[in-house]
Write a new protein. Structure first.
Length: 258
């Protein structure tokens, strides 16, 4: 509880780091902040072409089906790949001044989360232009699903960012893991397409219930199943608590290792 109060006391530092990251992300590029929207849209075009025109998944309005799962996955993936090095990249700050080290992974994840929220504007525009629309009742569950994913991403980022201080290769390993993890998550396909004998293994993936819940709300326009929400919430909280505990043990020697 003492650490939580201390982190809260440094909330202004978190806000400044988030603001700095959002401002500097596309600094110097011609299109600048527009890349926040263009990046997922370009990936959507590529995946839609491959899986609807070439490999022919056969899902109605596949571009919407894909988009509502791809955007949350990009947020989670960025936390895996970029979050692993968020302590290392701020090593000068860590070595020079005191502040609760939890501030760095929290600020990184929140900046990625804000980026995802901005991209959701594009999702809603696509939903209305396509005539798909939204279910206002089901939409009430969207903040809950986002919160569950945020907690999960923060827990994993805290573990990876702490470990990467001691094992630099993890940053490169998890860039590969992230790619494999995406194909083991029902982002580009429906979980119904998974053979029954492997279905239980897919539900061990903490991102599976989260992607299903997003898709229930935005694609199928229905209230997500309680079992799906509880599964995602339980795993998210467990990983977050584990991540906080592991990080608190590792942070003591960050300055020496860096």
């Amino acid at each position: 509880m003492g650490t939580i109060r201390e982190v809260f006391a440094y909330r202004q530092m978190i806000f400044r780091l988030v603001k700095r990251d959002l401002r500097g992300r596309y600094k110097g590029s011609v299109l600048g902040f527009l890349w926040t929207f263009l990046n997922p849209l370009l990936q959507l075009v590529v995946y839609s072409l491959v899986f609807s025109a070439i490999m022919r998944v056969g899902i109605e309005n596949y571009y919407i089906f894909l988009f509502v799962g791809l955007v949350p996955w990009l947020f989670f993936s960025s936390c895996l790949t970029g979050g692993a090095s968020c302590i290392w990249q701020q090593q000068d700050l860590v070595k020079k001044i005191y502040f609760p080290r939890e501030v760095l992974p929290i600020a990184f994840v929140l900046s990625q989360f804000v980026n995802m929220l901005l991209t959701f504007i594009v999702i809603f525009i696509v939903l209305f232009i396509s005539g798909q629309g939204v279910n206002p009742v089901a939409l009430l569950f969207l903040p809950v699903i986002m919160s569950v994913e945020l907690v999960l991403a923060l827990g994993i980022t805290m573990i990876l960012s702490g470990l990467t201080v001691y094992f630099r290769d993890l940053e490169y390993i998890f860039s590969i893991v992230s790619m494999a993890w995406m194909y083991l998550t029902p982002v580009m396909y429906s979980v119904d397409m998974v053979p029954p004998e492997y279905e239980h293994l897919f539900y061990l993936n903490p991102m599976t219930p989260i992607i299903i819940a997003y898709r229930d709300v935005l694609y199928y326009q229905q209230i997500p199943q309680l079992r799906t929400l509880l599964s995602g919430f339980s795993v998210g909280v467990i990983i977050f608590v584990a991540g906080w505990f592991v990080f608190s043990r590792m942070k003591r020697n960050f300055a020496e290792e860096l």
